[in-house]
Design a protein around this ligand. Structure first.
Ligand SMILES: [Zn+2]
Length: 305
């Protein structure tokens, strides 16, 4: 028996035995006991998909399959002080005030939500196929929401297990904390993979199943296109720091954890625009980083402005 994702580990033992009772009840609804699980495939190592993995392995002896890029998240779970330090440096670079950095980095210790940090028995790369009952599932690497994200695809009946990559009602958070890479570019390329597969039925990691995965992928692409356009609009006349851009786009009254997510999201979009050559980064006189729209000399410039 194969299980895809296993849910969060709750810090409080009194809460359904750390949430374990919820997993057992969900499996029982499918007439499966934890000891029947032979293989656990994790779509990505976020706490709500991976947190219970250690406990399930202890109870069932199952194998753990996860993408090979999961190591960065696992290292952050094991070293929250290091993760906090890297995040603080990144926020400081991008114009966030010192008074706010402390509060924005107060949420980097996820250990209470992970039963124990377990490594994959099989590190996936994408492209692997395996049989479960009558279906053959293929691993599709879909980085973006997490660099280690995978979906599972059954070509015979065009079913996609989409994890958090493609959801029916919301767009997944795209974070930025990986130096100068381009997580939004990765995510949009991963959406294109789903459009090409054109799933008839999508079973997501949150919310209800939905049909026609390709058209949902196109809606999500348009959402990001609009956000890219709004950022260009904000910085078209004068340079702004990432913090200022975040306030313009998401408003100035966000709670700290929301602001942390919004800033990551803004930075992911800015990194994409820089990669496209639409935005350049300049260093302010005080050493902070600002972003401005690249002015291109071409005939339509007057119309554009
Ligand atoms: Zn996630």
């Amino acid at each position: 028996m194969t299980l895809v994702d296993c849910g969060i580990y709750l810090p409080d033992e009194a809460e359904a035995d750390h949430g374990w009772d919820h997993l057992v009840a969900a499996l029982a609804a499918c007439e499966v006991a934890p000891r029947d699980i032979e293989r656990l495939v994790i779509t990505h190592p976020h706490i709500d998909h991976y947190g219970m993995a250690g406990r399930l392995i202890d109870e069932s002896g199952c194998e753990l399959w996860m993408h090979e890029a999961a190591g960065a998240d696992l290292a952050a779970y094991q070293d929250p002080e290091g993760a906090t330090r890297r995040l603080s440096e990144m926020l400081r670079d991008h114009g966030v005030g010192e008074h706010e950095i402390e509060e924005l980095t107060a949420y980097e210790d996820w250990r209470p939500f992970v039963s124990r940090v377990v490594d994959a028995d099989r590190a996936l790369q994408g492209g692997e196929s395996f049989a479960v009952g009558e279906r053959v599932w293929t691993i599709v690497h879909t980085p973006g929401h997490s660099e280690a994200h995978v979906c599972l695809w059954s070509a015979s009946d065009r079913i996609l297990l989409s994890g958090d990559h493609l959801l029916g009602a919301i767009t997944p958070h795209i974070d930025f904390r990986r130096g100068d890479e381009n997580p939004l570019g990765d995510f949009l390329a991963s959406l294109q993979k789903i459009e090409d597969l054109a799933p008839d039925l999508v079973l997501p990691g949150h919310g209800r199943p939905f049909e026609d995965g390709a058209s949902r992928a196109r809606v999500v692409e348009r959402h990001h296109d609009r956000r890219l356009g709004s950022i260009l609009q904000v910085i078209r006349n004068e340079p702004h720091s990432a913090d200022e851009i975040t306030q313009e786009i998401f408003g100035g009254t966000l709670l700290h954890f929301e602001k942390r997510l919004a800033l990551g999201e803004a930075l992911a979009h800015i990194a994409y625009l820089r990669e496209q050559g639409d935005v350049e980064r300049i260093e302010d006189t005080d050493g902070g980083l600002k972003y401005q729209k690249v002015r291109r000399k071409h005939l339509s410039e007057e119309e554009e402005d």
